[in-house]
Design a binder for this molecule. Structure first.
Ligand SMILES: [Zn+2]
Length: 332
């Protein structure tokens, strides 16, 4: 009897990681569509005690640190992180930078240096973080300064709680006037009480900003019932709003006793992509009080995303990690 040899014509997919990495390389390399490089590597023995604080408290807990930062310090940490992304074969990165009454324009100056230093080796797009909101006059003052420098207008409607619509009006009308993309942190708390993704899609249509807006996170979508989720996916498609998934950023959402459809605390790409929504990939925070163990490893982010959403479509995953990122950064 002939030995039972495997069919030599059949390709064995024994190393899917290698297959994906090669395709990502062929597409020009990774695109990290969402980061906060100006806060990377700020974890210290002193501030480590804040790692379990609530996100909304962390927005203020970093004030002292921001006040004491020098331009050189910000630049050094941003450069260290950027070097790590270049070493991983990243072709582009979109990073938020804090610009507000506490840090003032220090991150802007550091970013100008960063752009010069890495010219030719990686494309860097800057986005303004609005940790003080955009409505209170002093916050608005710094927002107006920031938007002149950045490539993309950044937002955080939860910071202007109760005035989320107004917050989005400021971002979107500014994006429209300056012809810039708008990236907004939305639905971060894994709760059906949040409907910011829906609001962002409606406001995008209202302002005629279709195709120029991306929502970051959208974790709470998965906490809603299917009927509502489908309605929002349809709206996102209609508004041509893209989503940016940062898997490690919110997978740590803490256990609670609220009942919700069974889901992982992660952007539901297994529903968004089939619904026709563009999804890109980001690392979010690196080694700070927000994410002490995050290290910016793009493969770990992609692996966590595909596993937690059980999304096993290599072609889509490669697009998500490369060309979709270029699209939301306005590079394609
Ligand atoms: Zn973020």
């Amino acid at each position: 009897m002939a030995p039972n040899h495997p069919n030599i014509n059949q390709t064995l997919l024994v190393d899917l990681k290698a297959v994906l990495l090669e395709k990502i390389r062929q597409n020009g390399g990774w695109v990290n569509a969402h980061a906060h490089l100006d806060r990377a590597y700020t974890l210290t023995e002193d501030n480590f005690r804040y790692i379990n604080a609530h996100l909304k408290d962390k927005w203020h807990l970093i004030d002292t640190m921001k006040r004491e930062m020098s331009v050189d310090n910000i630049y050094d940490r941003m450069a260290r992180a950027t070097e790590f992304f270049v070493a991983q074969g990243c072709q582009a990165i979109g990073t938020f930078i804090d610009v507000d009454e506490v840090i003032e324009d220090k991150a802007i100056i550091a970013s100008q240096r960063l752009r010069e230093r890495f010219k030719g080796s990686i494309e860097i797009k800057f986005v303004n973080q609005v940790l003080k909101g955009v409505i209170e006059p002093r916050a608005r003052h710094w927002f107006d300064i920031a938007v002149q420098f950045v490539d993309i207008i950044g937002g955080l409607p939860a910071k202007d709680a109760g005035h989320e619509g107004e917050h989005l009006d400021v971002l979107l009308s500014t994006g429209k006037a300056l012809n810039k993309w708008v990236h907004v942190h939305i639905d971060q708390f894994n709760s059906a009480d949040e409907k910011e993704t829906e609001l962002l899609a409606r406001k995008t249509i209202e302002h005629g900003m279709q195709g120029k807006v991306a929502g970051v996170h959208g974790i709470s979508l998965a906490a809603h019932p299917l009927v509502y989720r489908r309605e929002v996916y349809h709206l996102l498609k209609e508004a041509n709003v893209a989503m940016i998934a940062c898997p490690l950023a919110w997978i740590d959402h803490t256990r609670n006793e609220r009942l919700a459809p069974s889901h992982n605390s992660i952007t539901p790409i297994d529903e968004l992509i089939p619904a026709g929504v563009t999804v890109a990939l980001g690392t979010d925070n690196i080694a700070d009080i927000y994410k002490p163990f995050s290290d910016g490893d793009m493969w770990i982010e992609l692996r966590l995303l595909l596993e937690s959403c059980r999304y096993y479509h290599p072609e889509d995953l490669v697009e998500l990690a490369t060309t979709n990122g270029l699209k939301v950064l306005g590079l394609k």
